[in-house]
Ligand binder design. Structure first.
Ligand code: RTP
Ligand code: MG
Length: 153
């Protein structure tokens, strides 16, 4: 269990279009996580394929790439205790129809494609480092103390 674990998260084009960036940031802030990187951008096909390289060859891959390149996304890195697993719990199941109410996908997701948010897989050991490096250079990530740090992670 690492208190300063970092995890990669991205609001997908549907979440950006629906104005959910602020709501999603608030949820992670309220949970006591620390924002150490953020960036708005539109993915091209190459970057999108690199990000979702684990799904190359699957039947939903082309639709996934079309969707994720269809408009701006909002990429972030959050830091905190057990951050990868805790963020995944807050994000909820892949299919919003199965995601529990109270999770981001359970509250806002529409369907398997339009599920609002991506988060690195806590069961895939290298996912965070790999995905973070697709979006951020090392010097774009912050190291800072928050006044509230001693009260949280
Ligand atoms: P993500 O990577 O986007 O955070 O989602 P996830 O880990 O919960 O799910 P993953 O298995 O990595 O799938 C990536 C995205 O592909 C779409 N998908 N479509 N059978 C299908 O049609 C299918 N399966 C997955 C979803 O949008 C999912 O978020
Ligand atoms: Mg995934």
């Amino acid at each position: 269990m690492h208190y300063d674990e970092r995890t990669f998260v991205m609001v997908k084009p549907d979440g950006v279009q629906r104005g959910l960036i602020g709501e999603i940031i608030s949820r992670f802030e309220d949970r006591g996580l620390k924002l150490v990187g953020a960036k708005a951008l539109t993915l091209d096909e190459e970057l999108a394929s690199e990000h979702y390289s684990e799904h190359q060859g699957k039947d939903f891959f082309d639709d996934l790439i079309d969707f994720i390149t269809s408009g701006p996304v909002f990429a972030m890195v959050w830091e905190g205790k057990d951050a990868t697993r805790q963020v995944r719990r807050m994000v909820g199941a892949t299919d919003p129809g199965e995601a529990a109410p109270g999770t981001i996908r359970g509250d806002y997701g529409l369907d398997l494609g339009r599920n609002v948010i991506h988060a690195s897989d806590h069961e895939d050991e290298g996912a965070n480092a790999r995905e973070t490096s697709v979006f951020f250079d090392d010097d774009e990530l912050l190291n800072y103390e928050q006044a509230t740090d001693k009260w949280r992670y």
